[in-house]
Design a protein around this ligand. Structure first.
Ligand code: UDP
Length: 498
């Protein structure tokens, strides 16, 4: 039995033509769900012939953030039907999730194949109140749902939540694998990867592509399947990744149409965290562009030793700071980091640090990142280089200092620094799992460099920031791509009706 929150049907304008229903199948990962929902909102803004159903896979340990987001979202008036799939009681992953989270999430999604088909048949295909099924929108972790689309006789579209360059790498994997027949290895040296301007050092390859635990094979399979879709939608904009986008469109055989529709950012973030008011009030009291903001995504956290180096680096730099510092979960638990209480913080940070820096700094837990980046007092952003964070910092024009931690973030950092000249390098190939220390002097240097008003990176960043806003406005590249995508869906639907 599926639980169903129907927010859609009664509120939508009636059209003469029967509406087109798109079913979205995200993995239960917040960084993937939020931009997908923004994409749905973009569809509604552009065309009221669409309705959207999102099938939500339940998985308690990794879905607490998802649950929080969907709750706030369900309370808003966005006309999207959210359907919670039944909890996966008989799901047995083939190995411990921490060995390869990518493999685990893929297996979790695959487990739901039959249930997803059943839900689509029940809620859309055989539901006379529902619009006509026009396609499935799948994520890179849910490429197996291309089979479900085929069985139902509708096209599938890939919605890719990271950048065009990384998608290019995934699509290149089958070609590389045919030649080399194995995953990347730490000491391979540099590799020429089509969508990246500069060669990619193996030390900067994401862990998943070096993985002996099935992560590589998982992504190889996803990379293979991308071409089977009817269209590829990427949360990026042409002016940011012109090389990668051209390469995606021209350097692969039989590639479906590519639509760069970003940046898609949830600007009306409804999630309300306890500390938000304190943080925003503190920022109000700081001079313009004087604060460096440190924040490391939904899964970023550091141990005691690294925290001490960050604290010393901040203190040495003398720059005002807002530092989102969170507690690591146990390695074998699939949990997000949590916030520290103030007594524990005192213990972990260097002796007297909080006292000495109380006039110039604030250490917090989860931060309202978009509101912080939008605040005029914030001048630079030390980031883990998650793709959503990059798009957000571009949108608000706050230059980045790169400190990648996990997933594809090393490649994002590399692209920003080397290919695009859009960030200050702190680290490009840092990996949280290796436990290596970034020392206080390096941190101090990078922060001072990013805050320097004469730095060319800041100038270039501001220019791209303006382009990001123009891209989604009428006449912009992403606006046009959205139009092309809508035509594609309408064309496919019309062909099916003939
Ligand atoms: N985020 C936030 N506060 C935090 C940490 C993260 O609001 O303290 C938000 C951030 O604004 C972004 C998302 O969480 O929208 C993180 O997505 P990203 O792709 O950057 O990284 P991920 O969490 O997927 O690694």
């Amino acid at each position: 039995m599926c639980t169903c929150i129907d927010l859609s049907l009664s509120q939508q304008p009636l059209n003469k033509m029967k509406k087109a229903e798109l079913v979205f199948i995200p993995p239960p990962v917040p960084g993937h769900l939020v931009p997908l929902i923004e994409f749905a909102k973009g569809l509604f803004d552009r065309n009221d012939h669409f309705s959207v159903t999102v099938l939500l896979i339940q998985f308690p340990t990794i879905t607490s953030l998802v649950a929080e987001y969907t709750k706030s979202f369900a309370e808003s008036n966005v006309p999207i039907r959210l359907i919670n799939l039944p909890p996966p009681v008989h799901f047995c992953p083939s190995q411990e999730p921490y060995k390869s989270i990518e493999k685990f999430v893929t297996e979790l999604v695959d487990y739901h194949k039959a249930c997803i088909k059943e839900a689509i048949v029940k809620h859309v295909v055989s539901n006379e109140n529902s619009a006509q099924l026009a396609g499935l929108v799948v994520d890179i972790f849910s490429t197996s749902m291309i089979d479900v689309a085929n069985e139902l006789g509708v096209p599938s579209y890939l919605f890719f939540t990271s950048c065009a360059a990384f998608l290019g790498l995934l699509m290149f994997l089958p070609t590389r694998h045919a030649e080399i027949g194995r995953e990347f290895e730490e000491f391979d040296g540099e590799a020429v990867i089509p969508c990246y301007v500069n060669p990619v050092p193996s030390s900067g390859m994401p862990e998943v592509l070096l993985s002996k635990y099935g992560g590589y094979t998982t992504f190889l399979n996803h990379g293979r399947r991308v071409k089977e879709t009817g269209g590829i939608i990427v949360n990026t904009f042409e002016e940011l990744e012109s090389h990668a986008v051209k390469c995606l469109m021209n350097d692969f055989d039989n590639v479906p149409p590519v639509y760069t529709v970003g940046p898609l950012i949830d600007l009306k973030d409804e999630s309300n965290k306890l500390d938000s008011d304190v943080i925003m009030k503190w920022l109000d009291d700081q001079p313009d562009s004087s604060v460096v903001f440190l924040c490391f995504g939904s899964m970023g956290s550091f141990g005691k030793d690294q925290a001490k180096e960050i604290a010393f680096g901040l203190e040495q730099s003398g720059v005002r700071f807002l530092w989102s510092f969170r507690k690591s979960p146990r390695k074998d638990k699939l949990e997000a980091p949590s916030d520290y209480n103030s007594d524990v913080l005192q213990e972990i940070l260097p002796n007297g640090f909080l006292e000495r820096t109380k006039k110039i700094g604030l250490v917090c837990g989860w931060a309202p990142q978009k509101a912080v980046l939008a605040h005029k007092s914030v001048g630079a952003f030390v980031s883990h280089c998650g793709w959503n964070s990059i798009l957000e910092s571009l949108w608000f024009g706050v230059p980045i200092v790169t400190w990648p931690l996990y997933a594809e973030q090393q490649l994002n950092a590399l692209q920003l620094v080397k290919d695009l000249g859009l960030a200050v390098e702190l680290r490009l190939d840092y990996k949280i799992s290796k436990g290596e220390l970034v020392n206080a002097d390096e941190i101090e240097r990078a922060i001072k460099c990013a805050m320097d008003g004469k730095n060319d990176v800041r100038k270039r960043f501001k220019e791209k920031s303006e382009m990001s806003r123009l891209a989604v406005m009428e006449g912009g590249s992403s606006y046009a791509a959205f139009g092309g995508l809508i035509e594609n869906i309408a064309r496919n639907k019309a062909m099916k009706e003939e």
